[in-house]
Design a protein around this ligand. Structure first.
Ligand code: MD6
Ligand code: FE
Length: 209
């Protein structure tokens, strides 16, 4: 039973991006996340230039996104454990598919869930998500824990940005003509989330293969 109407708002100046505030109950996903991270732990990946990323990362799914001295790519094996990434739990894949459908993308069937974990002070510099095989598929993003300011630029890594404040339980569905726009996360402010503590998790579901 869900007697609260789902809000799905098109984001101004970012065609193809939809914001679904308070779409899910974050508390229900803490044990799911803990189980995944016990199998493939969070780690700070390195960029090709040798910098450590400030957000810690892991993955679940048939593929996982990684960065190391050789660059960015998707891999079937977790380089930290030598094993396959854990499968995407059904609870998560159905949530992502439902959100995609609400935003107008039927039959979203992700093969990757990239898990980002930020502590206060951590952020993500402007980037575009372009390592996937087919940009016609959207990306579905879940936010859990501390709030953060997401920002979206355009086809260039400069200019005026569109801000979007993301809270625990919010979902963003992003496809369409802005799918390759530059975007990032401003450094997290200090705080304490009642469920997740002094952290923010972001789960991005993708169809990469
Ligand atoms: C974050 N999200 O929210 C970072 N990328 O922590 C992303 O970089 C992102 O939310 C592509 C599509 C949706 C996203
Ligand atoms: Fe991204």
């Amino acid at each position: 039973m869900n007697d609260v109407a789902t809000v799905c708002r098109a984001v101004d100046r970012v065609p193809g991006m939809f914001y679904l505030p308070e779409y899910f109950k974050p508390r229900e996903y803490l044990p799911v996340l803990e189980k995944l991270l016990a199998t493939s732990p969070l780690r700070h990946m390195e960029t090709s230039r040798g910098f450590k990323m400030s957000a810690a990362m892991s993955n679940c799914g048939a593929l996982g996104w990684i960065s190391d001295r050789k660059g960015y790519r998707y891999e079937t094996v977790d380089p930290l454990t030598g094993n396959a990434w854990p499968a995407i739990p059904e609870q998560l894949s159905s949530l992502a598919a439902d959100a995609a459908k609400t935003a107008g993308y039927a039959n979203f069937n992700p093969d990757v869930c990239l898990i980002n974990c930020y502590e206060p002070g951590a952020g993500m510099s402007a980037h575009r998500d372009s390592d996937e095989a087919d940009y016609d598929h959207p990306i579905v993003s879940l936010s859990l824990g501390l709030p953060a300011r997401f920002f979206v630029l355009g086809n260039e890594r400069k200019g005026r940005s569109v801000p979007l404040d993301l809270a625990s339980g919010d979902v963003v569905v992003w496809g369409g003509e802005s799918r390759l726009f530059y975007h990032g996360i401003r450094p997290l402010k200090a705080g304490e989330d009642v469920v997740f503590g002094a952290r923010r998790f972001n789960l991005t579901f993708r169809k990469a293969g």
